[in-house]
Design a protein around this ligand. Structure first.
Ligand SMILES: *[C@@H]1O[C@H](CO)[C@@H](O)[C@H](O)[C@H]1NC(C)=O
Ligand SMILES: *[C@@H]1O[C@H](CO)[C@@H](O)[C@H](O)[C@H]1NC(C)=O
Ligand SMILES: *[C@@H]1O[C@H](CO)[C@@H](O)[C@H](O)[C@H]1NC(C)=O
Ligand SMILES: *[C@@H]1O[C@H](CO)[C@@H](O)[C@H](O)[C@H]1NC(C)=O
Ligand SMILES: *[C@@H]1O[C@H](CO)[C@@H](O)[C@H](O)[C@H]1NC(C)=O
Ligand SMILES: *[C@@H]1O[C@H](CO)[C@@H](O)[C@H](O)[C@H]1NC(C)=O
Length: 345
């Protein structure tokens, strides 16, 4: 009698366990994709974690969620086919990954992709934002970087924090970096770079260092990157490849923003992160880089454009930017003579 009872008991436990496991299995496709105040399920329904209710989602929000899902699918597919067993690199290389343990996020800050605006927003979330306003948002001491922590601490954060980044069409980013750092008021940053580049291509023109000396053309800038892809100039963060700044095949980003869709993406990001009631994303005036984009690139030899495309190929492919994309009309009459591989997407 008692034995039978035990037997039933064990059977019940067994069935429950099986049910539980099946439940877990069935739940797998519904695995949450976002860590944050909201859980986004594939299909675009949104659940409020605090109240356990389903939100009435408007069309824009649903569209943004679908766009996110598509971008992440694209990246996952890219990484599966191009990146075998990716590992987190040495912590020294994680300097662009900003960490906030109060707000629980990791932001990969890509220079020339609205990073100033986004950093400003993130700082304004902090209680000491008054103090912060005195400094440039790029002051390193205002931030915690993943490069400060060891692998154990970083792995833990990667599991708990909301991870996001913004990227931009690579040709536009390169031109924007050139215009800002080689022509704009920030060009003091490249005093040394410009001298080295002029020395390389036009040694007879070399001038003593000053902010206005040693102007470098866009051509020369691109040519230098191509000629010395491993030099410290080529590896500068302002034009370094996304793969070497953010490691998107190692770090599974919860949100991938596109600069070209900044308005939609930023609104959705703030909502997703549950901070849309505390901060607003200021309107970004469309970059002046766009106005003369084709003018700059029309002066670059086609061969050079294709070779730059080769160097930044992963950036195009990982984030779904087409090559030559915005330069297509410039290159219509150019025929590639190398073995062309699948460049589209
Ligand atoms: C989620 O639910 C909580 C608790 O009911 C509520 O305070 C909060 O406003 C909800 N969030 C949204 C975005 O509806
Ligand atoms: C929401 O549901 C989960 C699991 O179903 C439960 O643990 C949690 O307490 C619920 N939260 C609220 C606020 O009802
Ligand atoms: C900021 O201040 C509010 C209210 O004083 C407090 O509830 C919150 O925990 C503080 N946040 C941080 C990150 O210190
Ligand atoms: C990582 O850092 C933490 C905190 O400083 C420390 O307790 C831990 O031992 C470190 N782990 C390794 C592997 O160095
Ligand atoms: C170099 O560029 C700056 C900024 O565009 C300009 O003001 C300056 O006249 C240029 N210098 C020369 C020698 O061309
Ligand atoms: C390409 O070639 C056609 C025909 O020769 C010409 O009309 C057109 O202007 C060329 N396009 C460019 C961008 O050079």
């Amino acid at each position: 009698m008692t034995e039978w009872k035990y037997c039933r008991f064990i059977m019940v436990i067994g069935s429950l366990t099986v049910l539980f496991l099946v439940g877990r299995l069935l739940e797998l496709p519904l695995k949450k994709t976002i860590i944050g105040p909201f859980v986004i399920h594939p299909g675009g329904t949104t659940k409020n974690k605090t109240s356990n209710t389903t939100l009435a989602v408007n069309d824009a929000f649903t569209r943004a969620a679908k766009t996110q899902a598509a971008r992440k699918r694209h990246l996952t597919h890219y990484c599966r086919t191009h990146s075998k067993n990716p590992e987190l690199p040495d912590k020294q290389r994680l300097g662009q990954l900003l960490v906030d343990d109060d707000e629980n996020y990791i932001f990969c800050s890509v220079p020339k992709v609205a990073s100033t605006t986004i950093k400003g927003i993130l700082l304004s979330l902090r209680n000491d934002s008054d103090k912060i306003e005195k400094f440039s948002v790029h002051t390193p001491s205002l931030w915690q970087h993943m490069s400060q922590f060891n692998i154990t601490e970083n792995s833990k954060r990667l599991m708990t924090h909301f991870k996001f980044l913004f990227v931009r069409e690579p040709f536009h980013r390169l031109l924007s970096a050139y215009k800002d750092k080689f022509w704009g008021s920030n060009r003091i940053y490249t005093n040394g770079f410009r001298r080295i580049i002029v020395q390389e291509f036009r040694p007879q023109d070399i001038e003593t260092i000053s902010t206005t000396a040693n102007n470098v053309t866009f051509n020369e800038f691109l040519r230098y990157i191509l000629t010395y892809p491993d030099s410290f100039i080529s590896r500068d963060d302002h034009w370094k490849q996304y793969g070497n700044l953010c490691f998107p095949c190692v770090i599974q980003f919860d949100f991938i923003g596109h600069y070209e869709k900044l308005d939609d993406d930023a609104t959705y990001l703030l909502k997703l992160a549950g901070i849309d009631d505390r901060v607003v994303f200021p309107p970004i005036h469309s970059s002046r880089a766009d106005d003369d984009f084709l003018k700059f690139y029309s002066q670059v030899p086609h061969q050079l454009i294709f070779r730059i495309g080769e160097i930044f190929k992963k950036d195009f492919e990982m984030f779904g930017y087409s090559f030559p994309g915005p330069l297509k009309e410039l290159l219509t009459n150019y025929t590639v003579n190398t073995n062309s591989d699948s460049r589209e997407t």
